[in-house]
Write a protein that binds this ligand. Structure first.
Ligand SMILES: [Zn+2]
Length: 315
């Protein structure tokens, strides 16, 4: 299988969704014709036409037309050329306004560009699927969450947006090069859309990527937090060692209580140890270590202050 981008992957999955319900097929077909079809006027009269490079989609449209009783459907293939890398498929259904109820419904919906009445949940989902198959695209979730559906008619885009609102979505709308895009950019909405349209494999892939992203974020957060703690320990330890050194130079260290002496020695021997580690070495509590190291620093501060005062007086 050739490499597919994520849009193609989702579409190749959605093309294979085959609803049993006839109304679902009708809803999906209407959405497809509205988003990717056109009314074609040929020598034999008007016909509805869909052009696509996706062979499976062309076959699906033919099978839907037939399921809905339209046997005057033709499938035309234009072979690949130098200018076009893929075959182009045209599915045409001749329109006989007097004869068929279906073509009336289809024509009315397509020409009016309105969202049909979709009574049932399954049909609404099918309509979504048809819209996406006809003119949707989705970014690979590894890069960013973004799903959009293109329209060349703003009033139809607004109607579809209202329909999507009713389904609980909150699509934005933007104009780009004479097209109107309905889009969502949050993972939650993209995931819900894929679920409703029936792209469960794509959804699973997206979920996996989301979990991996979250784990990566968590690991980064933990690493950052540990790094910050290590830095704090290192700074504190450096200050304590300076204090111990100062007390030693001035012969003050041995005048401190036994507990302080022990902590000072342990700190000198383990400059990178945390309070908990020093506490373990000495077999005392962490708060005792913290208290004694603070006392050492305070004593050293006193000496430093005395020295500064002396220096000031001598000047
Ligand atoms: Zn249905």
């Amino acid at each position: 299988m050739p490499y597919l981008n994520f849009s193609q992957q989702v579409k190749s999955e959605l093309v294979r969704v085959q609803p049993d319900h006839l109304d679902c097929k009708r809803a999906e077909l209407i959405a497809l014709l509205q988003s990717a079809g056109a009314l074609h006027i040929g020598v034999n009269g008007p016909s509805l036409e869909i052009k696509t490079e996706n062979a499976a989609l062309a076959r699906k449209v033919v099978s839907y037309f037939r399921a809905l009783g339209q046997n005057s459907t033709e499938l035309l293939v234009e072979k690949e050329t130098r200018l076009r890398k893929h075959n182009l498929y045209r599915v045409r259904m001749r329109v006989d306004l007097d004869q068929s109820d279906l073509s009336n419904t289809l024509i009315t919906n397509i020409l009016n560009k309105s969202v049909p009445d979709l009574g049932e949940e399954c049909c609404r989902r099918s309509y979504l699927r048809g819209l996406f198959l006809g003119s949707g695209s989705i970014q690979h979730p590894e890069r960013t969450y973004h799903l959009e559906i293109r329209f060349n008619d703003i009033s139809f885009a607004e109607k579809v947006r209202t329909f999507l609102d009713q389904l609980g979505f909150n699509f934005g709308i933007v104009e780009r090069r004479n097209e109107y895009l309905l889009y969502v950019k949050d993972g939650e909405s993209v995931a819900t859309f894929l679920t409703m349209a029936g792209a469960h494999k794509a959804l699973l892939e997206m979920e996996n990527i989301r979990i991996i992203k979250e784990i990566k974020n968590d690991v980064n957060r933990v690493v950052n937090c540990e790094t910050a703690n290590l830095e704090k320990t290192a700074t504190a330890s450096a200050n304590q060692l300076k204090a111990i050194e100062l007390l030693e130079e001035n012969g003050w260290l041995t005048k401190l209580p036994q507990g302080c002496l022990e902590v000072a020695r342990a700190r000198k021997e383990n400059p990178h140890a945390s309070y908990v580690e020093i506490a373990e070495i000495l077999g005392v509590g962490k708060s005792a270590v913290s208290y004694r190291l603070k006392k050492i620093e305070k004593e050293a501060e006193k000496i430093a202050m005395n020295r500064r005062n002396k220096d000031d007086n001598e000047e």
